[in-house]
Write a protein of this length. Structure first.
Ligand code: GLC
Length: 568
């Protein structure tokens, strides 16, 4: 980093800025710890097996004790759950099985009362096939203004009986669905998720209305689903699937991925965000090459973008260091702060990824029921704790996924009959999909669904989930929950500025960097202990007692510590 490196800076943790100046309140997101809740699997208040908003409200004390700055709620809108709620029937309502708008307001009030901000998920690439505008489009017939809000095309062949192109959808199978009158509609994801036509002014206006609707209800920010795919060039002739991704399809020239025009849409959104004080924030889920990410994160656009590079990296010192350096440089370029993600609702949990040999084919491993290869869960736990402690020491914001604070591993043994992810059906039973990271949380070691609710959970919890229950971990100072709480509290105290200074003179397998204010994070990815530099150890991802920390001179393998130092 070329930044100057002040010895001391003013602490600007999110909770502090809630109560300080307007200028600081507008930048709360830059160094926030944001906790992702998958609402249907968090807490079930009425025993119907599905998590709900009142359930989350009852668990706000857990979030407050954890010490997060914000909560991001995955979709809670009315939905047939063809894709876990990312198939939205109505963007401005709550699924009646999950709650009501009043209960949403109660949840926001409870979170705000604890200084926790609220981020909601916006799914603008597609609606569900039950959205009013889509059912209107089907009823209105070919060539109608109603169909113009979505992407309808005539099929090929005399009666339009063949799809317009051979494009395939993300979840497998064709990306076009026939509607029986010669028209087909585009769905980049499941057939229940028709893509919007973003060239249509009513679509644009309606999303502005949605952003204002939630902003008016006190929402602080938005997570933007599939942010890179809204703008599409569907002029004829349409390319074949092979040509869509041909090597000469340059940056910004793909027919629907990461086109430059998408940023014009987000400039319009920024104007809406800026109608509010403090301005609403956004983070883009944009699966684009790293060098294209800055545009999503620009202050004129969404302001921040997910960086999934660590989520894709092995627990390896060189990979972590390179990824961190690259992303800090990219964030600097856009003016945003960086984001760090190790787990979310779409990927195998990191406690399990790190328990498997590097390069393991994760879909194949899931298909084996989690047995081939056999995971080393002890190692996975150690490395997951070390990686999380490292990430929490970085400048920028960290996104945590519900259950990772319990060290939950992936549930790989779900029966085919229990699977909900559309990937399973659409791949004809060759890929299990993402349900294994969406199994409802264990709050207690006993009960119908381990404290999740009074009845069986919508995705069955394995018996071993009881070992990971919140109630058990609360009693154990060496638990992963205790580590997360300590780490978040220490971060709140130590985190200042956004600079980072690498230590280069370190043993192989070690990543060490210093932060403003005189604290250092050091991770030993290797198996053997290495000497620790001078300083007071204030956090260890291992299971050291306070007495052990006070006399620690060696950093054990697969462990991170934070040290307070006065010199580099
Ligand atoms: C995003 C979501 C994922 C969803 C997809 C389609 O990638 O994270 O869960 O299936 O978009 O909306």
């Amino acid at each position: 980093m070329t930044d100057t490196f002040p010895a001391e800076e003013v602490v600007t943790s999110a909770l502090d800025v809630v109560r300080t100046t307007d200028a600081e309140a507008a930048t709360w997101w830059r160094q926030a710890v944001v906790y992702q809740i998958y609402p249907r699997s968090f807490a079930d208040s009425n025993g119907d097996g599905l998590g709900d908003l009142p359930g989350i409200t009852t668990r706000v004390p857990h979030l407050a004790a954890l010490g997060v700055d914000a909560v991001w709620l995955s979709p809670f809108y009315p939905s047939a759950l063809a894709d876990g709620g990312y198939d939205v029937d109505d963007y401005r309502d709550v699924d009646p099985r999950i709650g009501t708008l009043e209960q949403f307001d109660d949840l926001v009030a409870a979170l705000h009362a604890h200084g926790i901000r609220v981020v909601v998920d916006i799914v603008p690439n597609h609606s569900s096939n039950r959205h009013r505008w889509f059912t209107d489009a089907l009823a209105a017939g070919p060539g109608s203004p109603e169909r113009a809000r979505y992407v309808f095309r005539r099929g090929q062949g005399p009666d339009g009986e063949l799809p317009p192109t051979d494009w395939t959808a993300m979840f497998g199978g064709p990306a076009w669905e026939p509607v029986g009158d010669g028209d087909w509609y585009l769905h980049l994801f499941a057939p229940e998720q028709p893509d919007w036509n973003w060239d249509h002014p009513e679509v644009r206006e309606d999303f502005h209305t949605t952003l204002r609707f939630w902003s008016d209800r006190g929402v602080d920010g938005f997570r933007i689903d599939v942010a890179h795919a809204l703008a599409k060039d569907l002029s004829e002739p349409l390319p074949s699937q092979a040509d869509l991704r041909a090597p000469d399809v340059l940056d910004g020239m793909h027919r629907f991925e990461d086109r430059d025009e998408v940023h014009e849409i987000y400039r319009g959104w920024r104007a809406v965000f800026d109608e509010y004080d403090p301005p609403r924030t956004a983070v883009a889920e944009a699966w684009v090459p790293a060098h294209r990410r800055a545009r999503y994160a620009s202050p004129e656009g969404l302001g921040q973008a997910f960086n999934f590079d660590l989520l894709l990296a092995d627990p390896d010192a060189a990979q972590f260091r390179r990824t961190i350096e690259d992303n800090l440089a990219l964030a600097h370029e856009s003016g945003a702060s960086s984001t760090w993600v190790l787990s979310n609702h779409d990927v195998v949990r990191h406690a399990t990824r790190y328990a498997l040999p590097a390069g393991t084919d994760l879909p194949a491993w899931l298909m084996s029921g989690g047995t081939d290869p056999a995971p080393d869960l002890e190692r996975g736990r150690r490395l997951a704790r070390a990686a999380t402690a490292l990430v929490l020491a970085l400048p920028g914001s960290t996104y945590l996924y519900q259950g990772e604070e319990l060290g939950l591993p992936e549930v790989a043994e779900l029966d085919a009959a229990d699977l909900q992810d559309p990937t399973w059906q659409r791949s004809q039973g060759t890929e299990k999909g993402r349900d294994g990271c969406r199994v409802p949380l264990p709050w207690t070691a006993h009960g119908a669904s381990l404290g999740f609710g009074d009845g069986p959970a919508h995705l069955p919890q394995p018996a071993w989930f009881a070992e990971y229950a919140v109630s058990r971990q609360e009693e154990d100072p060496t638990s992963t929950l205790a580590l997360y709480r300590r780490a978040l509290a220490a971060r709140r105290r130590l985190q200042t500025g956004e600079q980072l200074e690498w230590a280069d003179d370190v043993p192989a397998g070690v990543v060490r960097f210093r932060r403003p204010g005189g604290w250092t994070s050091m991770t030993n990815f290797g198996p053997a202990a290495v000497p620790l530099p001078a300083g007071r150890v204030v956090l260890s991802s291992g299971t050291h007692t306070d007495d052990e920390l006070a006399t620690l001179t060696q950093l054990p393998g697969e462990t991170t510590v934070w040290l307070e130092t006065t010199t580099a």
